[in-house]
Ligand binder design. Structure first.
Ligand code: HEM
Ligand SMILES: [Cu+2]
Length: 541
């Protein structure tokens, strides 16, 4: 590959505004990198609202009895917290931000296949987010149903379920369009010589994700419309008092929402698969196994939704089959973890912040995955269903997994996008604060869940007091770490174009372009002649 380090830097995408002024150079731009940053700033803003609600709940749960908020407010708080974290943060997070920022560059393309549709996706995201948050002021307040909107309660409650559901519906379109855009981009716009088996693993993660976005999201769209139809027209679809079937709702909801957990985790696994080889300076172990396990997860992930309904009244044989299938999906995830560990084995590991967060991901995701097997096993789930064990489990997967991978990706690609560098020492401290706070916050939830404390209540019995104190104190430590991460990015300093070009010694294509990249990314589209992680042949390149 042609190395242009000595040539004069061209205008980068911050400087090259396409002739637009002021805010228009952002909100009318079709450049994938600007759209990625639009997503980044909006997603982070909503994430902070979600965190604030989480802290509020933890504060209320510091002691038994009611202190700061009443039961109804608590119900709205956990619903809005769930809706924000799921639909506004963790589902769009990595694909919309880092998929947009990095995917075209990493496969050697000038942009995504449909740049205007890409901008439209962001507008849909913002409109959906506006509807979700507007429930704070419109109608009888935010939904109090939980983010799953289970019928028949969601059909009958007076809170603003219709608006929340409409928000999720619009956000679904945003997700579908992004997935479609990425699929076409990967099929049609890879650089010459980049065969499928030379495509970086981050792109593979997004590829598997995009199929789920495209095929599963419409189902939840229809389901949510059915809720609205039932609320406004009184058609008896889900409410038994009108002749409907609430179990039907649960099936339809989870046929989307289980695959959606892979929309949350597959891109994160893609990020980790980029970071581990770079900071071990070693070829990834089992490239094909990692690439195909993503597809396998996406495929088998469609068949396991019933594990959310073990206690809803399913036949015994259906429950056993869903339980077995759930265990089968664990296999490809474990394959990835083993391959990452095998890559590190014998490598020269450099514990830079991105790598620390990647290792944090592996550790926390492992706990998330193992507790997932506990709730995936029929017998233990019947005991643990709707207890705090489940809350602990999914925070380990979503926050400890995808959330940590999001921050890892940020530390990894930050110099590429901004041409700046954050304080590495502070980032390292922030990691340890976050990691410690995280475990203090969520591990007691697993314990108190096994003790029998139910979830989604604003109060608890006195015997659950101690783990709840620990947990709430953990939430303060975790948030301190988060604030440190954010401040560190604000204080990042400009570094020379040359330093920022490839600070970690990565071999994928984004490290060959200037930092920040130009609008067209490449002066000339490169020709790819080898796989993405050939560290052992590095000297020959
Ligand atoms: C400082 C960070 C956070 C804190 C303190 C926190 C705390 C909580 C608490 C106390 C609940 C209520 C549990 C219950 O009563 O059942 C909850 C629910 C939930 N959290 Fe978090 N959380 C945080 C971050 C996150 C993140 C990053 C995500 C997703 C990526 C997330 C996703 C959820 C979901 C989906 C629910 C379920 C809501 C429902 O039951 O409808 N949380 N969280
Ligand atoms: Cu599931």
């Amino acid at each position: 590959m042609d190395d242009n380090v000595t040539s004069k830097p061209q205008l980068n995408f911050f400087e090259d505004t396409g002739g637009r002024k002021g805010i228009f150079k952002w909100i009318l731009s079709t450049d994938h990198k600007r759209i990625g940053l639009l997503y980044f700033y909006s997603i982070i803003s909503f994430f902070m609202v979600g965190v604030a609600l989480g802290l509020l709940m933890r504060l209320e749960l510091l002691e038994p009895g009611g202190q700061y908020i009443d039961a109804n407010t608590y119900n709205s708080a956990f619903t809005l917290h769930g809706v924000i974290m799921i639909f506004l943060f963790i589902i769009p997070g990595i694909p919309a931000v880092f998929g947009n920022l990095i995917l075209p560059i990493i496969i050697g393309a000038k942009d995504v296949a449909f740049p205007r549709v890409n901008l439209l996706s962001w507008y849909l995201y913002v409109i959906g987010a506006f509807f979700a948050l507007s429930t704070l002021v419109f109608g009888d307040g935010p939904a109090d149903t939980g983010w799953t909107f289970y019928a028949p309660y969601s059909v009958n409650t007076s809170t603003n379920v219709s608006m929340s559901v409409l928000a999720a519906f619009i956000l679904g379109f945003s997700s579908i369009l992004t997935g479609l855009n990425f699929l076409v981009t990967m099929h049609r716009m890879r650089a010459p010589g980049m065969t499928w088996m030379r495509m970086p693993l981050f792109a593979w993660g997004l590829y598997a994700t995009a199929w789920i976005q495209l095929l599963a999201t419409p189902i939840v769209g229809i389901t949510l419309l059915m809720i609205v139809a039932e609320r406004f027209l009184g058609v008896g679809l889900f409410d038994p008092s009108l002749g409907g079937d609430p179990i039907l709702y649960q099936h339809m909801f989870w046929i989307y929402s289980h695959p959606a957990v892979y929309v949350m985790i597959l891109p994160a696994m893609g990020v980790i698969s980029e970071i581990i080889p770079t900071f071990s300076q070693r070829k990834i172990f089992g490239y094909k196994a990692i690439a195909f396990s993503s597809l396998f997860i996406a495929f088998v992930g469609y068949t396991v939704w019933g594990h959310h309904m073990f206690t809803s009244g399913m036949s015994g044989s259906a429950r056993i089959i869903f339980s077995i299938l759930t265990f089968i999906v664990a296999i490809p995830s474990a394959i990835k973890v083993f391959n990452w560990l095998a890559t590190m084995y014998g490598g020269s590991i450099d514990l830079k912040p991105a790598m620390l967060f990647a290792l944090g991901f592996i550790f926390l995701f492992l706990i998330g995955g193992l507790t997932g097997l506990v709730v995936g096993a029929l017998a233990t789930d019947v005991h643990l269903h709707d207890t705090y064990f489940v809350v602990g489990h999914f925070h380990y997967v979503m926050f400890g997994g995808t959330g940590f991978a999001f921050i890892a990706a940020l530390y990894y690609w930050f110099p590429k996008i901004y041409g700046k560098m954050y304080d590495v020492k502070q980032a390292t401290i922030a990691f340890w604060v976050m990691f410690t706070g995280f475990n203090i916050l969520y591990f007691p939830m697993l314990v108190v869940g096994i003790m029998g404390m139910p979830r989604r209540y604003y109060d608890y019995l006195p015997q659950f007091h101690v783990p709840n104190i620990i947990s709430t104190v953990g939430s303060w430590i975790l948030v301190t770490g988060l604030i440190m991460v954010i401040i560190n990015f604000f204080k990042a300093k400009k570094i020379s174009a040359e330093e920022a070009k490839n600070p970690w010694g990565g071999l994928t294509l984004e490290w060959t372009v200037q930092s920040p990249p130009t609008v067209l990314n490449f002066d000339e589209i490169p020709t790819v002649t080898s796989g993405p992680y050939e560290y052992q042949n590095k000297e020959e390149r």
